[in-house]
Write a protein that binds this ligand. Structure first.
Ligand code: RP5
Length: 162
């Protein structure tokens, strides 16, 4: 059963959002990827949000750029946690996306991540952490991931100056 939905406003968001899919795949979390646009396919967006909980989806990672209302509108139609990823935009480099997603009025939260690749990967890691609350095997894989990351940094060296 699909546990995490990854949705994005356009296939042009995939370059960024693939990093969320990659993390979930590496952790063995069943996920789906869909193009769902808030302003170009609003009926599909509502349908996706309305059906999410019934389909067993535990978290929705939503990426969008520009006037990025997709995460907020999904959150308006479902109580499944929505994790928003601001996608870099052509003219404002994603600052517009970030502010659109993060500034949700009180009452309908969207967890907002960093602009771009780091945000997409971290949204997926956050979804893994949510699922790991009820999945000991997944929690162990998350601990192992963090330990490997720590080892990598501990092994880093810097060049000597001449
Ligand atoms: C948003 O508009 C999408 O999330 C995308 O980031 C941006 C541009 O979309 P395209 O013109 O590339 O389809 O809705």
């Amino acid at each position: 059963m699909i546990e995490v939905g990854i949705v994005m406003g356009s296939n042009s968001d995939w370059e960024v959002m693939q990093h969320a899919a990659r993390v979930l795949k590496d952790f063995g979390v069943p996920c789906e990827t869909r193009v769902v646009s808030a302003h170009r396919t609003p009926d599909l967006m509502f349908e996706y949000a309305e059906q999410a909980r019934g389909r067993g989806i535990k978290a929705i990672i939503a990426g969008a750029g520009g006037a990025a209302h997709l995460p907020g509108m999904l959150a308006a139609k479902t109580t499944v946690p929505v994790l928003g990823v601001p996608v870099p935009s052509r003219y404002l480099r994603g600052e517009d996306s970030l502010l659109s997603i993060v500034q949700m009025p009180k009452g309908v939260p969207v967890a907002t991540f960093a602009i771009g690749e780091a945000g997409a990967a971290n949204a997926a890691l956050f979804a893994v952490a949510l699922l790991a609350n009820h999945d000991a095997d997944l929690a162990a894989r998350l601990e192992a991931f963090r330990a490997r990351q720590t080892e990598t940094v501990l092994a880093m060296t810097l060049p000597e100056l001449d």
